[in-house]
Every structure is written in structure tokens, then in C-alpha cells.
Ligand binder design. Structure first.
Ligand code: ADP
Ligand code: ZN
Ligand code: ZN
Length: 747
């Protein structure tokens, strides 16, 4: 926590308001210096009458924002504070400093919008008067001509309670007639929440499997640590289907039994009905679930349930991390490597980092779980910063990791097969159709046709300075998104001279068309952003496939996650290298993750599974190690590449995103920023930071706004923090920066 002494504090009066209130600045009295910190609740004089109100400290400084003579002073700390809100405000403060956003943006991220859920409440009117008094009140209302009130009160001669619904529907009484009666103590209103929990009525037969040796060891290590008072981070590296979820549940149960609370983060895409029901069966109504389909009101409801201690497990994607638990004991992050854990709007925080921070602040442990851990998580585990727990076997006996065959598409082309289906894949599909087994075909649309590769030698066209592939702009230029290098589109492959340079141009729709032609009579389902746009579309398609209403499921990333399909015995990856050539230093990591997870879909049941990777780059380490399901081999090669190129996790990379409607202002501001940074950093700092750009953003113009990026790489976090400070000062008083927006993204 910040222990410096400050003269002024920014204070917000009501923190969980629709718009987080504007902060007001107050003087910190000498007596309170050192007591006032971010997140502390204080009493302050407010408004004309200087009545005392309660507020939260959200900022500290030594510069007054206005005339100190007119500035009021903090009256004192507020008693009976809710520590969890203070904690969340501290988390927001950390977010602001780490990711470079305003305190308001950070507060809005960690605190939910205050809003009552509509139509979810059942209100009942209760009469507080006995017979004679009630009759008196009826008489009085009639005398004064209040017909509606008299009608309502008369109803209570027969019943002590009346639902609000009945009062308005049958008796035609409105709120304006009820209010005065409530105010006078004639009636009271009782509200009850209508429970939406899907467990209602569901008996919870909890058939928990006996943990196997590896699972028991992993869970045992955690629980022993926990009981010894050790609070730390763990990486549970378990192959697909190794039973990580059972280990999570064991650890959760242990923590809950000790009176502490648990947050379980699951990517939205894996938060299927199947998964959710597994947790309900184990933990009943102790759990609350957040998902993006909830309205703001419902979201706030769940938040309140957590704050009031009515639930002790919060399950959901990224934002579940901010559940207001006061006695948090454990945060679990399933599928820790998932891209969705990174926020793509300001503040661009990563849930892994925020979870680590929150766990530290609240004395909780953190478990990261994955079959394909992120480079960051694995490096930490190897360096001893977190404890590595391993599951190397499939949990269901008889289920085995499927065999993967790599098919070289260059050979197919040489042999005259121009179809999207290699001969081997076609043969296997026909075999499965005959046996009435199921098939999943996976095509990654990401990077769809905007990189260029050679169909003869398989080489993508690369930037000579950055080791990322070039991107086709329009029809005639290839551009590097990291350094800005650009050349005209060539006629022949720079590696082998072949004229067959092409973008890989096929999406799910095209694949579906072709599959229908190749395999007439087969029943095909397609799952992509188009077919799942409707509410519940995702579940509907999965359950149709699960019910064997189709033979082939075609899809994007979406089909890789979640369900176990016992009948799937063949998984085909149409173009394993598609995601390999996106202009991003993480593309090999993403490819490896995707392929490993996709291959893990096959052979979940009793029947053995086969997997085919079709690729133009059969020798690429991401593809080879995914085929052999060898995470370690992949990690060793990838970390060497990151080290050689100085990319995260070996350093941190700060992207400064400039955007403006004016191309000139944008260019000037970006250049001016780089100069200012170079000037402001001492010689030492300049040596320790590496500048790239400013370059055009991958998509330069969006909605008529132009965007440029300046990358700064450094091993020193404090240099990157300083950089944001320097730029904020530069932009604040500078006319030329007026039309330019600056945002930050750190990775
Ligand atoms: P992961 O999360 O590692 O992919 P899951 O926890 O979903 O794996 O487990 C995969 C399957 O194995 C599930 O159907 C689960 O019920 C089953 N399973 C897990 N642990 C055991 C066990 N110890 N004995 C039998 N089946 C198990
Ligand atoms: Zn070539
Ligand atoms: Zn480059």
C-alpha cells in the first residue's frame, strides 16, 4: 500500500452508483496523515449545510485541484466499514497504475452498476392493524373520499396479507394509494426475491468419483499447504480430460469447510449447462453464476448475494473476479491460457494478473489450471514462483490420448489434389460415416486469408526484421505490423520461386458446402458466430450433435471447448497452420493451444479416436509438439524464440495506442511522444527500454479513426509505469494532443 504522506485526498461519496460519482478533493488533517489510504472509508462534510456523509478515498496527491482556502477537511475515519469494498477500491487503484486508465474506469470495472433487477421481486402487502383499528381506518378513508384506499383496506378484513400483484390487478389500487398507508404504519411491504437458481427442485445426488492417484496428490498438496497456512499460487497442468475439475472441487470444498469463500473463473465459452450442473450438484445453492446474458440488474443481484454472504462461491468469466467476498480463501482460474481473460477495453487488464493481486491482498491462494498453460504461467512455475501440480493421465479409464496424423498439404497439391480434404482425411471420414460414428471438422477463421503463404513450399512471406508474417494490404502491398516494413506483393515465392502464392481462403461456410458435396447423404451441423448468434444457439447445436442428430460438426474455435462427445472418433483440423501466420508474437502459442485442445476432443468415450492435422508446415514445432501432445517440447522451443526476440514473458511489452480522426495530428503526437520519452528517460532507462515504432495498428483506420502504436519493451516494470506518467504529463498541457486519444495495453 502507498505509505507516502499526502496533503489531499480524492473522495467518492457513493461508490456503487450507476455512474461512479465524480471525486471531490478534501484536505487531510495532520492528525490523520498516515491513516488515510486508498480504499479507506471516511466521514466528510458535504454540501451547503456541511452535513457529514460517508465516502471512500480513491486518490491521493500533493497538488490541490482548486483553491486550498475553499477546500474542506476530512472529519475522520468512518466506523463500521465494509472491508471488502475498501479492498476492491485498492484493486482498482492497482489497476489504474498497472494498466494506465482513469480511476473512474478502474472503479467501474471492479464495482457493478447499481440497479435493482426488474420483475424479479415478489412484493407482499401486510396489514399491521387489528380488526377494530382496521375498521376505523376504512371508515376514515371512506369519509375523506379515498375510494381506492378504502377498497384496499377492506380486503384485509379477510386476509392478513395480499400480494402487490393482486392489489393492482384485482383491486385496481396504485402505488400512490399504497404509499401513504405504508408511511402511516397501516401497511408494510415485504419483498422476497424469486430465486432463479436452477437447483430448486433438483435433488442433488452427488456421485463424486474417487480421485485417482495423481488427482489425490494434487489436491492433497493444496489442502496440506492450506492447512499449514501457506497461501500461494499453483499451476495445475493436466492434459485434456485428466480430471482437473474434480481437483478444483476438492480444493473448493476444503476451503469452504474452513469458512472461506471461493471464486472460480471459467471462460464464458466453457460455461456450458453441463459444467454448471456439475458445480450445482456438488455445492447446491452456495453458488452464484455470472454470465454475459445477465442484465445489469441481475448482475447486481448476484453481487449483493455475495456481499451479504448468501453465497460463498462465485462462478463466471473475467468479471467474477470482483465478487465482493470478505473472507476470500481461493481463486481458481480454469483454462488459464484463454485469450478471453484479457480485457480488450480500457482498462486492458489480464484476469491472471488481477487474480494474483486480489489473492495476495486478501490472503487467498490461487490455482491456475490448463492443459496448455500460457508461457507466463509455465515460466513462473518453473522459476518456483508458483507450485506446479501435474495430471498426466486421462481420468476415465480406457480413454486415451488419441493418435495424431500430420498430413502435408504440399504433397496433396503435388499429387494433383486441390480439394480442401486430403486423401487421408477423406478416407477416415468415409470410414466413420460408415460406422455411424461422429466427426468434428475444425477450421480456424482467425487470420482468414490476410496472410500470404506459398502453396508449394508452405513458407509464409515474413518480415526480415521481426519474424512475423507480412499482411496483405489491399491487393498489392505486404506490410509488417510490428515494425512497419512494407514491400510490394511479389509474383513468386521468395523461398522457392513458385508462382502459387495465395491467401488461404476458406471459412466454415465454404467448408460446409464442400463437405456436402464430398460426402453426400451425411448430416452436417455448422457452428460459428453466424449460427450461434441467436440466444441459446450454441447450446442447441451442441445438444443436437450430442443427440447424434448429425454426423459431422463443422466449426471454429467454439467447438474446441466444453462438451464431451462420446461418439466422436475423428477430429480433422483443416488448416493447422492458419493461426500460425498471424502478425502476433503469440501466434505459435495460440496454434499449439488450439491444436492440442482440438485433438483432445477425440476419443473421449470407449472408442479410440483419431486426429488429422492438415498443414502446409508439417515441420513447425507448434504443430509437431501439438501432434505428440508434448507440452514441454513446445515450451522449450517457444521460450527460446521469445528469448531470442525479447518478447514477453521475458520482458514486458507496453503498447501505447494513439488514435485520432486527424492523420496529421496522430502522426505528430506519436512521434512527439517517442521523442519526449527518449529525452525523459535517463541514459540508463534508455538502455533498459527498447522502442519499436510508432507503427500503424493492424487495422489502421476503423470508423474513420486512424490508429498508431508505439511499443516499448523492458524488463523493468517501473520504467513502463514511468512512461505512462511522462506521456500523461506531455499530453495534458499540449494543444497538439487535443485531437488524439492515448490508451495503454501491457502484455
Ligand atoms: P478436465 O477438466 O481436466 O478436462 P474433467 O474434470 O472434465 O477433466 O474430467 C473429464 C472426465 O473424467 C469427466 O467426465 C469426469 O467426470 C471424469 N473423471 C474425472 N475424475 C475422475 C475419476 N477420478 N474417476 C472417474 N472419472 C473421473
Ligand atoms: Zn515457396
Ligand atoms: Zn517487421
Amino acid at each position: 500500500m502507498d505509505t507516502g504522506t499526502y496533503a489531499y485526498a480524492d473522495i467518492i461519496i457513493d461508490i456503487s452508483h450507476e455512474k461512479v460519482d465524480k471525486p471531490f478533493q478534501y484536505r487531510i488533517p495532520e492528525a490523520l496523515s498516515g491513516v488515510i489510504a486508498i480504499g479507506v472509508r471516511v466521514r466528510i462534510p458535504f454540501g451547503k449545510g456541511n452535513g457529514l456523509r460517508t465516502g471512500y478515498v480513491v486518490g491521493l496527491s500533493n497538488t490541490p485541484a482548486f483553491d486550498v482556502g475553499r477546500m474542506k477537511e476530512i472529519a475522520g475515519p468512518a466506523p463500521g466499514s465494509t472491508p471488502v469494498r475498501s479492498q476492491l477500491i485498492q484493486l482498482a487503484w492497482w489497476m489504474k497504475r498497472t494498466y494506465g486508465c482513469t480511476m473512474n474506469q478502474a472503479l467501474k470495472t471492479v464495482l457493478p452498476v447499481k440497479q435493482a433487477a426488474k420483475g424479479r421481486e415478489k412484493k407482499t402487502l401486510c396489514c399491521l392493524l387489528d380488526g377494530p383499528a382496521l375498521r376505523g381506518a376504512i371508515g376514515e378513508a371512506q369519509k375523506k373520499g379515498y375510494q381506492a384506499r378504502a377498497r384496499l383496506l377492506s380486503a384485509f378484513l379477510e386476509t392478513p396479507e395480499l400480494s402487490m400483484e393482486a392489489a393492482s390487478a384485482k383491486l385496481k389500487v396504485t402505488a400512490s394509494s399504497i404509499r401513504p398507508l405504508v408511511e402511516r404504519g397501516v401497511l408494510s411491504i415485504r419483498s422476497e426475491e424469486i430465486s432463479k437458481s436452477p437447483v430448486r427442485g433438483v435433488e442433488a445426488p452427488d456421485q463424486r468419483p474417487l480421485l485417482n492417484e495423481e488427482q489425490a496428490h494434487a489436491a492433497g498438496r493444496f489442502t496440506a499447504d492450506y492447512d499449514a497456512g501457506v497461501r500461494t499460487a499453483y499451476l495445475l497442468h493436466g492434459i485434456t480430460g485428466s480430471g482437473k475439475t474434480e481437483v478444483y472441487m476438492e480444493c473448493m470444498e476444503h476451503v469452504l469447510a474452513r469458512g472461506r469463500q471461493v471464486i472460480l473463473l471459467i471462460p464464458e465459452i466453457s460455461l456450458t449447462y453441463q459444467t454448471v450442473m456439475r458445480f450445482y450438484r456438488r455445492f447446491g445453492d452456495k453458488i452464484a453464476i455470472l454470465n454475459s446474458r445477465l442484465s445489469d440488474g441481475e448482475r447486481f443481484d448476484q453481487w449483493k448475494r455475495a456481499e451479504e454472504g448468501r453465497v460463498s462461491v462465485m462462478i463466471g468469466p473475467r468479471s467474477a473476479l470482483f465478487a465482493p467476498f470478505e473472507r476470500l480463501g481461493l481463486i481458481i482460474m480454469d483454462e488459464e491460457h484463454e485469450g478471453a481473460y484479457k480485457s480488450e477495453t480500457t482498462p486492458r487488464y489480464h484476469a491472471r494478473e488481477a487474480a494474483r493481486r486480489r489473492a495476495m491482498d486478501s490472503g487467498a491462494s490461487l490455482i491456475l489450471g490448463s492443459a496448455t498453460p500460457s508461457m507466463e504461467a509455465y515460466q513462473e512455475a518453473l522459476s518456483g514462483k508458483s507450485t506446479l501440480l501435474r495430471l498426466t493421465q486421462r481420468a476415465v479409464s480406457g480413454s486415451r490420448i488419441p493418435a495424431v496424423e500430420i498430413v502435408d498439404l504440399r504433397e496433396e497439391l503435388r499429387d494433383g489434389n486441390k480439394s480442401m480434404f486430403s486423401r487421408r482425411l477423406k478416407e477416415l471420414i468415409e470410414d466413420r460415416l460408415e460406422k455411424r460414428e461422429q466427426i468434428m471438422l475444425f477450421i480456424n477463421r482467425r487470420g482468414y486469408s490476410n496472410f500470404i503463404s506459398c502453396r508449394s513450399c508452405g513458407e509464409p512471406v515474413r518480415c526480415p526484421h521481426c519474424d512475423v508474417s507480412l499482411t496483405l494490404h489491399g491487393k498489392s502491398r505486404l506490410v509488417c505490423h510490428y515494425c512497419g516494413y512494407s514491400i510490394p506483393m511479389m509474383e513468386n515465392c521468395p523461398s522457392c520461386g513458385s508462382p502459387y502464392l495465395a491467401g488461404f481462403g476458406a471459412g466454415t461456410q465454404k467448408l460446409e458446402e464442400l463437405a456436402k458435396k464430398e460426402f453426400p447423404g451425411s448430416r452436417i451441423l455448422r457452428m460459428d458466430a453466424d449460427t450461434t448468434a441467436k440466444k441459446g444457439g450454441h447450446e442447441a447445436i451442441l445438444s443436437a450433435f450430442s443427440g447424434h442428430e448429425a454426423d459431422i460438426l463443422i466449426g471454429t474455435q467454439m467447438i474446441v471447448k466444453g462438451h464431451d462427445f462420446g461418439r466422436v472418433t475423428l477430429v480433422g483440423i483443416m488448416a493447422a497452420d492458419l493461426s500460425l501466420n498471424t502478425p502476433d508474437y503469440r501466434c505459435s502459442e495460440r496454434t499449439f493451444q488450439l491444436l492440442t485442445q482440438a485433438a483432445g476432443r477425440a476419443g473421449r468415450g470407449e472408442r479410440a479416436g483419431a486426429v488429422v492435422f492438415q498443414t502446409y508446415q508439417p515441420d513447425h514445432y507448434a504443430i509437431r509438439s501439438a501432434a505428440s501432445q508434448d507440452y514441454e517440447a513446445f515450451y522449450r522451443q517457444e521460450i527460446a524464440y521469445r528469448r531470442a526476440m525479447n518478447y514477453p514473458p521475458l520482458c514486458r511489452m507496453q503498447a501505447v495506442l494513439f488514435s485520432s480522426a486527424s492523420r496529421e495530428a496522430l502522426g505528430a503526437a506519436a512521434e512527439r511522444s517517442k521523442e519526449a520519452l527518449l529525452q525523459a528517460l535517463s541514459e540508463n532507462g534508455r538502455e533498459e527500454a527498447q522502442f519499436i515504432g510508432p507503427v500503424h495498428a493492424p487495422v489502421y483506420k476503423v470508423n474513420d479513426i486512424y490508429r498508431k502504436i508505439l511499443y516499448i519493451k523492458s524488463e523493468k516494470c517501473d520504467i513502463l509505469d514511468r512512461i505512462r506518467g511522462i506521456l500523461e504529463n506531455l499530453a495534458a498541457g499540449n494543444e497538439a494532443f487535443r485531437p488524439v486519444t492515448i490508451q495503454y495495453d501491457i502484455s
